[in-house]
Design a protein around this ligand. Sequence first.
Ligand code: IMP
Ligand code: MG
Length: 181
Amino acid sequence: MNSMNCDISAVLFDEHKIQARIKEIGCRISEEYKGKNPVFIGILKGGFVFLSDLIRSISIPIEIDFLAVSSYGAGTVSSGAVKIKKDIDIDITNRDIIIVEDIVDSGLTLQYIRDYLEKHDPASVKICVLLDKPEAHKIEVSYDFVGFNISNEFVVGYGLDFAERYRNLPYIGILKEEMYS
Ligand code: IMP
Ligand code: MG
C-alpha cells in the first residue's frame, strides 16, 4: 500500500485517463507541426512528467529543453512573484516553441514565462497545459492545448507537488485539506 494514497481525498484522473488524453494531444500537435521541428520547453519542476509522456506521443522530429521557475514556496497559494531558477540552453530565435506546463491557477506564472520566452524572438509560441483551473484565473489566460479543466482545488501527483512531495504519484488527486491547513 502506497502511504501517500491516504493523504488524497479523491482521484481525479488515473493513469489510463491521463495517457489516453495525452495521446489525443500528441496526435494534434504532430498534425499541426508536420514538416517542422518544434522545441518543447518543459517547465520544471511540475511539468517534467507530463513532458516525458507527451513527447513519446509525438510522431515528428522535435527538440526538448527545460526552464525552471518557482512561484509558490511551500504554500498552496501563488505569490505571483516568479523566479527563473534554470534558463533554457537551446537558442530559440526563429524556432517554433511549445511551452509545456503542468497547471494554470492564477495564470501569472504562465504569463511571465510567455513574456520571458517571447523576448528571444521565437518564430511561434504555443502553450500546452495539462490542467487548468478556470475559476482561479486572476488575469486573462490563453493557451493552445489543454488536458483537463478542474475545479479550484489543490491537486498533486503526476509531477505536481505540495512542498516537493507527491510528484511521484502516478495519478492526479485532490490533496486532503488537513495536509496543508
Ligand atoms: P499560477 O501562477 O497561479 O497560475 O500557478 C502556476 C503554478 O503553481 C504551476 O506551475 C504549479 O507549479 C503551481 N500550482 C498551481 N496550482 C497547483 C495545484 O493545485 N497543485 C500543485 N501545484 C499547483
Ligand atoms: Mg509549475
